[in-house]
Ligand binder design. Sequence first.
Ligand code: PNS
Length: 167
Amino acid sequence: MDADLSGPRLRRCVCPGSYDPVTLGHLDIVARAGELFDEVVVAVLYNPDKSGTFSADERVELLRASLGDRPGVRVEQFAARLLVDVCDELGAGHVVKGLRSGADLEYERPMALMNRHLTGLETIFVVADPQWQHVSSTLVRQVSAYGGDVSGLVPEVVLEALAKRRG
Ligand code: PNS
């Protein structure tokens, strides 16, 4: 029997992350969040005291170029902020995150519990498609830095940005 999915839709969610850089796995989670919520805010959260591979502006630019013009989806950046405060500011009651593995769950669970403790913010976990199970920004950066081929794992604009970075 098909599940009844006709109930009231949830309004706005946040897909938070470092996105250094965005991968096709991230894009899949954002697209699926868009099926559940009317509005998705992709929030690039970063620590201004730590330099990533890409600056926050570059991460946002790569996300926007990768997502294109999708109704109801927007990208914003937040420096040194608690996720609960970002969600309050955005009027979002839910966070959506992808889970690739048990290790992801162990990493995410305390944060989800802390966020619920702080303000009641709920986290909804979406199980990552198996084709993206091995794909993380960290591995993409590492493989690319040593000249490995990450095509098919990241959007074209990210491939180009990584190639430029390698020189
Ligand atoms: O892409 P990542 O590294 O998995 O993203 C982790 C992120 C940025 C979502 C997480 O570290 C976060 O929420 N940082 C904001 C600061 C914060 O709220 N910390 C307390 C979480 S309980």
